[in-house]
Design a protein. Sequence first.
Length: 237
Amino acid sequence: MSEIWQCSCAQIENLLSSNSDFVMGTLISQVEKNLKVLCKLAKELGATNAVSFNAQNVVVDERVRLKCLVPICDDYGLNLMCPPYVMSLREFREVLAKYNWAILIQIEELVPAEMTMEIQQADDVEAIYKNTKFLDSYNKSFDSVQLKLHRIVHKAEAQAFALGYRFATGLIAGSCKLCPECAASSNSKGACKHPFRARPSMEAVGIDVFKTAENAGLSFDMPAKNKTVWNGLVLVT
C-alpha cells in the first residue's frame, strides 16, 4: 500500500510540476470567482459599491492615527475598537503584507439639508460639534448607515471564511456603535460585549481611506459635498 501511495504522490508531483502554470491559473481563477461572489453579496445587502483589488494598494499612513489625536476624537480611549486599544501601525503593516486581495465596500448617503445649513452658519469646526442641532441630525442620519455598513462587512467576512479564507478580516467605518456605551468608557469598564461582531475601523489601524479608495477605483470627495461615502474593508486572502 505504501508503495502505491508513494507512486501516486510522485505522479501528482510530476503532474503539478509539469502543469504549474495551469494549476496556478486555476487557483487564481477560483479566487477571482470568489471575490466576485463576495462583492455581489455586499451589494445585495445594501452596499452602493463593492470592488476587489490588490491588498498591497491599501495605504497605511501615520498621519491617519495622528488625526485621532489632533483634534482629539470623542472616542479616543473610550472605545475598544479605537486607539489606543487596537494594534499599532507597525503590527498592522506586518499583517497587511501577508494579504494579496481585499474588498472595498462603500455606502453613499446624502447630507441632510439642515446639516448643511448648520455647517455653513458655524464659525469654525469646534462650533459645529458643540451644536446640538447638528449633532442630533448627524446621529440620526448616519448612525444607522454606519451600523448597516458594519453588518455588511461582517457578513462578507463570514462568507469569505466559509469559502475557505480562514484569515479573512473585516474593518468598518468610524468607531464601533454596537453598544450605546462601550465597555472602555469610564462608566462601564470591562470586556467587549460583542467580541465576535465588533471590528476596528480602517482609520483606527492607520489606513488612509481616501487614497485606498482611489487605488481601488472608488474615489470620493474629501471634504464631502452633497453626500457622504462610508468605507469598509475586508482583507480576504
